[in-house]
Write a protein that binds this ligand. Structure first.
Ligand SMILES: C[S@@+](CC[C@H](N)C(=O)[O-])C[C@H]1O[C@@H](n2cnc3c(N)ncnc32)[C@H](O)[C@@H]1O
Length: 255
């Protein structure tokens, strides 16, 4: 589990929050009494829930005290719980369990997702979005560099995103417990100002567990080497900007 830096993460707040807006828009609930944001981070996705269902009592759950501190400061009136999604479950039934860009850090979905479904009130919804972008060069480059001679002694065993499940796996996990289920993928094409901006993006998420292992000078070296490789995969557009495709998997399951 990496250490999180909310400021680094929110450098791309619009791009990072858009998937939770798209997910909320597809949840077929007119009214929500209790909603929980699983892996709420700094509260950006919780705000999306609040905008769509202003009547809902909101709880954000996250394992990072750094992220929760920011969330609590901005919305002291909402409930914020520090807990691990691997074990956490609500004490009473809720109408909406929502999660954007968090479960890729958690293993054991085949146990956790059915358990969460059973915590929904009748007609309640589990709505989840996770990156499905492991093969994207900017993301694949990081573990591949970590396996090179220069880095492998320090980085080979770093635990990073966990994306072993297919759409079929999620269908099989959830359909026995769901009255309806929707699965879809969206590829966002992020327009980045430069290759440096792309480095900044991964420093907010996928590269974090690796940088945690390195000293400051080693981190600079790792980032420099990463940056040098980006132009081979991302040619600048005529205006100098870079297009960064990012695929995400969405699921909405109603109890
Ligand atoms: C990329 S941020 C997502 C923030 C926000 N939900 C969004 O849509 O932008 C991922 C969050 O998941 C949290 N997280 C990762 N693994 C977790 C776990 N096992 N238990 C609880 N939270 C976890 C991290 O602390 C981080 O705040």
């Amino acid at each position: 589990m990496p250490t999180w830096d909310s400021a680094q993460y929110l450098r791309f707040e619009n791009e990072r929050t858009r998937p939770s807006m798209d997910l909320a828009a597809r949840v077929p609930l007119a009214c929500v009494r209790d909603a929980v944001d699983l892996g709420c981070g700094p509260g950006n996705s919780t705000e999306v829930i609040a905008k769509r269902w202003p009547e809902a009592r909101l709880t954000g759950v996250d394992s990072s005290p750094v992220m929760l501190e920011v969330a609590r400061k901005v919305h002291p009136d909402w409930a914020w719980i520090e807990a691990d999604l691997q074990q956490w479950q609500p004490e009473k039934m809720v109408d909406l369990l929502f999660s954007s860009a968090a479960f890729q850090w958690v293993s054991g979905h085949e146990i956790i997702f059915p358990r969460l479904m059973k915590c929904l009130s009748p007609g309640g919804v589990l709505a989840v979005q996770m990156p499905a972008a492991k093969a994207e060069p900017a993301l694949a480059l990081i573990p591949s560099m970590a396996g090179e001679d220069a880095w492998k002694a320090r980085l080979e065993d770093v635990k990073t995103w966990h994306q072993p499940y297919t759409q079929e796996d999620y269908y099989r996990m959830l359909s026995p417990l769901a009255s309806r289920i929707e699965l879809w993928e969206t590829t966002y094409i992020h327009v980045m100002d430069s290759h440096e901006a792309l480095l900044d993006w991964v420093k907010g998420t996928a590269m974090r567990p690796y940088l945690d292992r390195l000293t400051a000078p080693e981190s600079v070296e790792f980032e420099k080497s990463f940056l040098q490789r980006l132009p081979a995969h991302y040619a600048p557009q005529p205006d100098g900007r870079i297009l960064f495709p990012f695929r995400r998997l969405f699921l909405v399951a109603m109890r």
